[in-house]
Design a protein around this ligand. Structure first.
Ligand SMILES: NC(=O)c1ccc[n+]([C@@H]2O[C@H](COP(=O)([O-])OP(=O)(O)OC[C@H]3O[C@@H](n4cnc5c(N)ncnc54)[C@H](OP(=O)(O)O)[C@@H]3O)[C@@H](O)[C@H]2O)c1
Length: 255
């Protein structure tokens, strides 16, 4: 059990990729706090599953795009579970429309949730982790940070910012023994895909096409991503700093 006596906080941990990460860390011995924003029921369900694995779980509501809420969330988790050793910035949202339909409100919403949250959560959690001898921060990114996807302009830009933040965080937090990396996932079948009109129109065809173009022969699962997150939080990966680890079955190599 790699994470015995460790406390993890997974933002957006109630469903999708975040849920798989929360469960994976719990299966390896961590107590896990699950942040949610709108989905209390799914967060509660994930917490129940973590408890059934014999670990402590705590759910905490916060819009990670609001700095006050973010800081309060980290404070609450540290108080209830006794600290924070692993922070996974997984929560994401976005105003998914083409460039010409974008508004300032959508930019602020997307950037604050997907990128600004990583900076200010790091600022808040760093002293807590340092007091426990160090920790790990993992930022969840996507291939839209580098490739151009339909309706993804804002999320793509926010993920590019998140990847840049990952490098700065890795260097500036290294003296506190805080290890920071990002995991960039390929397409994973979650609720997130429903937010894009191209997927809503032909979801099965889209997934089949991606599977067919993926050298690994299938699309990435949430569990694939969770396994790499857990590995990055382990001792074996401690010399990996500020990197964006691509988990896409080779998909982006082919276009
Ligand atoms: N699915 C993919 O193909 C894919 C590919 C590459 C990267 N990713 C990345 O993987 C991560 C997880 O994606 P997913 O596909 O699992 O997404 P998802 O199924 O749509 O879930 C999004 C999660 O983020 C939470 N969230 C959204 N806005 C929030 C806010 N303002 N404050 C706190 N939590 C918030 C949601 O919480 P509630 O349940 O409370 O709404 C939910 O748990 C994201 O960073 C995404 O960009 C996904």
């Amino acid at each position: 059990m790699r994470f015995t006596d460790k406390v993890a906080l997974v933002t957006g941990g109630g469903r999708g990729i975040g849920r798989a990460i929360a469960l994976r860390l719990a299966r390896e011995g961590a107590d896990v706090a699950i942040n949610y924003f709108r989905g209390r029921e799914t967060a509660e369900e994930t917490a129940r599953e973590i408890k059934s694995l014999g670990q402590r779980a705590h759910i905490v509501r916060a819009n990670v795009g609001e700095v006050d809420a973010l800081q309060a969330m980290i404070g609450e988790v540290a108080q209830v579970l006794g600290g924070v050793d692993i922070l996974v910035n997984n929560a994401a949202s976005g105003y998914n429309h083409p460039l010409m339909e974008q508004r300032v409100k959508g930019w602020d919403w997307t950037m604050n949730i997907n990128a600004r949250s990583a900076l200010f959560s790091a600022q808040t959690v760093a002293p807590i982790m340092a007091g426990r001898g160090g920790g790990h921060i993992i930022n969840i990114s996507s291939f839209g940070s580098q490739r151009v996807l339909p309706e993804y302009i804002l999320v793509g830009a926010s993920k590019a910012a998140l990847e840049a933040l990952t490098r700065y965080m890795a260097v500036e937090l290294a003296p506190l023994n805080i290890i920071v990396n990002a995991v960039s996932a390929g397409v994973v079948e979650t609720d997130a895909l429903r937010h894009f009109s191209v997927w809503r129109e032909q979801p099965a065809a889209g997934l089949e096409a991606i599977s067919a173009r993926t050298p690994a022969g299938r699309i990435v699962t949430a569990e694939d991503v969770a396994g790499v997150v857990a590995w990055l939080c382990s001792k074996d990966a401690s010399m990996i700093r500020g990197q964006v680890i691509v988990v896409d079955g080779g998909f982006t190599l082919t276009f």
